[in-house]
Ligand binder design. Structure first.
Ligand SMILES: *Cc1c(COP(=O)(O)O)cnc(C)c1O
Length: 379
């Protein structure tokens, strides 16, 4: 017996995973810098700075009275609400502990060690993470103008490919592909390969640009559309998302998920959030205005940014680690994206008006103390 060596016996594909690095929590920065948490501005995780709507908060308080009970493991009421809203049967809806859970379930149900998946360079990092956790391998297809190159992704599909991930809009780049291009892609993908279309930011698109992909599922049984309540609905802390797909695919995902993967507060909150479309509209409007403020601020410094279709924007600052650290010291948390292959960029979530102004003032300070950074980043 070789005591203490259990970790070394984990599969090499698990030991090889680089852990997910999220946005720095407010409390952590408060401890590290000895700051009052109430003064810290966090623009690092694409959360809705308004939080959930008042009606949703009420629904959560109401549901909290039954916390001794297990949640409905089948999510009957939430699925019924989603089915009515999306004009789909509840059998084709899978609920997740965040949409991240849905992505994980797809890899769990469909990827064996040695199987193959496809994603884009600069795409959401959970795709490679979830793929590698199954011992599967992936091809990261070079991006085109920082966005997905769908033709190249199609060409990367091999006989071993089981899953292709497409984020639209994509995080962290904010790039977006019109529905027609995405549908042509889905139509061209072989039917024995699942297309996971991650639409976490769809609610931030102008109504005319919003995806109709949920309606394609009837025609494309190899399509899975994932959505979340974490972003526009302001429920990131509760963890609830869902996937829409063919009922036979949903059945498989439901077999591998935890029996109670979506907690009861999350289910109640999501139902209330669906009924409160006015709140999402207002969040979209505020996001659009905040985005203009950030873009104007970047332009003032001569900083390049990528026009974004989400609630966040990538800006090229040069020495991103130095600017990030300077912002932290000023109580502003943004997101470095070197792990996305973008070492000179920072991702900034659109905040409330006063948060955007705090960030821009801190950015000016950060750039002012590093001679030449702003000019060097200008292209
Ligand atoms: C935030 C995000 C998600 C989902 O997050 P959950 O909180 O797990 O629903 C999924 N995809 C992308 C691209 C995201 O940025």
């Amino acid at each position: 017996m070789n005591p203490g060596n259990a970790a070394a016996h984990a599969p090499e594909y698990v030991r090889g995973i680089a852990p997910y690095v999220g946005g720095k929590p407010i409390e952590e920065l408060a401890r590290e810098m000895n700051l009052d948490p109430a003064t810290i501005v966090k623009l690092a995780s694409n959360e809705n700075p308004r939080g959930p709507s008042p009606r949703v908060r009420e629904a959560i308080a109401e549901a909290a009275r039954e916390l001794n009970r297990y949640p409905d493991g089948n999510g009957y009421a939430l699925k019924a609400a989603l089915a009515a809203r999306l004009a789909r049967g509840p059998d084709g809806i899978v609920l997740g502990n965040g949409s991240n859970d849905v992505l994980e379930l797809v890899t769990q149900a469909f990827l064996r060690p040695g199987d193959h998946a496809v994603w884009s360079q600069h795409a959401f990092i959970v795709y490679p993470l979830a793929t590698r956790a199954r011992g599967a391998i992936g091809t990261e297809v070079p991006a085109k103008d920082h966005g997905h190159d769908l033709d190249a992704m199609l060409a990367a599909i091999t006989p071993r490919t089981r899953v292709v991930f497409v984020a639209n809009p994509n995080n962290p780049t904010g790039t977006w592909l019109p529905s027609a291009a995405v549908e042509s892609f889905v139509a061209a993908v072989p039917r024995d390969v699942l297309v996971v279309l991650d639409e976490a930011y769809d609610d931030f698109l102008e109504p005319g640009d919003q995806s109709g992909a949920v309606d394609w599922v009837g025609r494309y049984p190899h399509l899975i559309v994932s959505r979340t309540f974490s972003k526009a609905h302001g429920l990131a802390g509760l963890r609830v998302g869902f996937g829409v797909m063919d009922a036979a695919v949903a059945d498989l995902l439901n077999r591998v998920r935890q029996p109670f993967n979506v907690n009861s507060l999350a289910q109640a909150a999501a139902i209330a959030a669906l009924e409160d479309s006015g709140y999402v509209e207002e969040s979209r409007r505020m996001n659009r205005e905040g985005m203009r403020v950030l873009e104007t601020g970047f332009a003032r410094h001569g900083l390049r940014f990528l026009p974004s279709h989400g609630n966040f924007v990538l800006v090229r600052v040069g020495d991103a680690q130095r600017v990030y650290q300077s912002l932290l010291a000023q109580g502003v948390i943004v997101r470095p994206v070197a792990n996305y292959g973008l070492p000179e960029w920072l991702r900034v979530t659109v905040g409330l008006p006063q948060e955007n102004e705090r960030f821009l003032a801190a950015l000016a300070q950060a750039l002012g103390t590093g001679a030449g950074v702003a000019a060097g980043a200008h292209r």
